[in-house]
Design a protein around this ligand. Structure first.
Ligand SMILES: Cc1cc2nc3c(=O)[nH]c(=O)nc-3n(C[C@H](O)[C@H](O)[C@H](O)COP(=O)(O)OP(=O)(O)OC[C@H]3O[C@@H](n4cnc5c(N)ncnc54)[C@H](O)[C@@H]3O)c2cc1C
Length: 415
């Protein structure tokens, strides 16, 4: 008998999981209330971050915390009114970010990241999406010698410990690599191994088309209608009720829509982020994915224009957009590169689905048969889609996952 699965959520995580199940002989159906890849996986910075072995921790130094409290920065912003709702998540995030715990988390997290490019390569080739990919890394640029030296020292450590490769760039190197920059930088750091995606939405759509080409199906449906039916699962879809043996919850920041109803409690939070596309003035060209490291925004030369993406906004998932970081970042970005007009009618907003220990939740639900979780990928969901899909499908089909995934188990929050 062919095993069947509903994969709920057609972002990069759900689509990748559905592919890996279908490849292993299961009949998988992707279900989403929107078209594939239209939420968080739509608007990110497009980096497959092979260098991202160290998850972003919560600041520990009192001075820095006080500066964040002023709420006037580009890299972080918070909604004061809803802060009480986020305190539980933030307190645990802060606790896990202490140097000793953060180091242990990094060691557990690194194997996922280390396999990210290889696992994307497999799906990129299978879905003939090479035209969407660049393989030449990305660059951080620095204004002060202090931050530059710190970053280079950290990169040397990551190279030794995690095999991450980088180039140290002087001021002249940065100007040569990016002649369009109109600001002198003290130096830069180029990560060599990461790949970048010229249109992240198109990549998820290409993976979904590949999934359909190997016999998978996509149907519209709402997670709110998911329930148990006999020994399996049932959901209402545009094509009527759909039954399956197993269900995967890959709902990104909306995971709690389903987990809470099923009796699970995860201390999740979101870090919202914005993007806007810009034209370049005259014939100015931006060659590389570039992070203005001491200000905290990205400029990425994508297919739709130069995409500026912002850092973390601590707010509830459904609060109205407040793109103040985008406005602040745009003002600074215009002083480093001749950006032209805005190309989108309004800023795009997405929400990074976060756990307080900075690791995703991947594995079997502790109290239900045939229920599986794959969410909470925070800053690295695009990076980790294919590797997550592979290890979860391996677990579901009874294979031994090719890396140890015990650290990502849902049981750490729901014993
Ligand atoms: C500004 C920004 C920049 C980023 N840059 C990067 C980057 O460079 N590299 C990187 O690796 N990551 C990056 N990320 C993070 C990355 O985008 C996310 O981690 C990733 O997209 C999460 O994927 P997902 O599949 O879990 O969630 P999503 O893509 O949000 O997918 C969840 C799906 O669930 C569906 N859904 C929700 N509710 C329901 C319901 N009730 N019924 C049915 N379906 C439902 C949604 O429609 C959606 O399609 C960035 C994020 C942001 C915001």
């Amino acid at each position: 008998m062919t095993k069947t699965a509903i994969v709920l959520g057609a972002g990069i995580i759900g689509v990748s999981t559905a592919i890996h199940l279908q490849r292993r002989g299961w009949q998988a159906v992707l279900v989403d209330r929107k078209a594939p890849g239209n939420e968080t996986s739509f608007g990110n910075a497009g980096l497959i971050q092979r260098e991202g072995v160290v998850p972003y921790g919560f600041p520990q130094q009192v001075g820095l915390l006080l500066r964040y409290a002023l709420n006037n920065r580009i890299d972080a912003h918070y909604h004061l009114k809803t802060l009480p709702k986020q305190v539980a998540f933030l307190a645990r995030y802060w606790w896990n970010s202490n140097a000793r715990r953060h180091d242990a988390i990094t060691r557990a997290y690194a194997p996922l990241i280390e396999n990210s490019v290889l696992e994307h390569k497999d799906l990129i080739e299978a879905s003939h999406a090479e035209a969407l990919i660049r393989k030449d890394g990305w660059m951080r640029v620095f204004r002060t010698a202090e931050k530059y030296d710190q970053a280079i020292a950290e990169a040397a450590l990551w190279e030794r410990e995690f095999g991450v490769e980088y180039d140290k760039l002087g001021s002249a190197d940065v100007a040569r690599i990016e002649p369009g920059l109109i600001q002198n930088f003290t130096g830069g750091l180029r990560w060599r191994d990461p790949w970048s995606v010229l249109d992240p939405h198109a990549l998820t759509a290409a993976y979904c088309a590949y999934f359909e080409s190997i016999g998978g199906r996509f149907v519209s449906g709402d997670a709110n209608s998911l329930g148990q039916a006999g020994s399996g699962w049932r959901i209402s879809t545009a094509e009527g009720p759909l039954d399956a043996d197993d269900v995967v919850l890959a709902l990104g920041p909306w995971a709690e829509v389903a987990t809470k109803r099923l009796g699970y409690s995860f201390p999740l939070g979101v870090k919202r982020g914005y993007h806007m596309h810009y034209a370049a003035q005259g014939n100015a060209v931006l060659n590389n994915w570039t992070l203005d490291a001491e200000r905290g925004y990205f400029l990425a030369p994508m297919n739709k224009g130069i995409r500026l993406t912002t850092g973390a906004e601590f707010a509830t998932l459904d609060a109205p957009k407040t793109p103040v970081q985008l406005d602040r970042a745009e003002r600074v970005a215009r002083t480093i590169f001749p950006l032209g007009e805005r190309l989108d009618p309004e800023p795009w907003m997405g929400a990074r689905p976060c756990t307080p220990d900075m690791m995703p939740i991947i594995g079997k639900a502790p109290r239900h048969n045939g229920l599986w979780f794959a969410f909470g990928h925070a800053h690295h969901g695009l990076t980790l889609g294919p590797v997550t899909g592979r290890v979860l499908a391996e677990l579901m089909t009874g294979e031994k996952p090719f890396i140890d995934i015990s650290a990502y188990s849902p049981q750490r929050f729901n014993p």
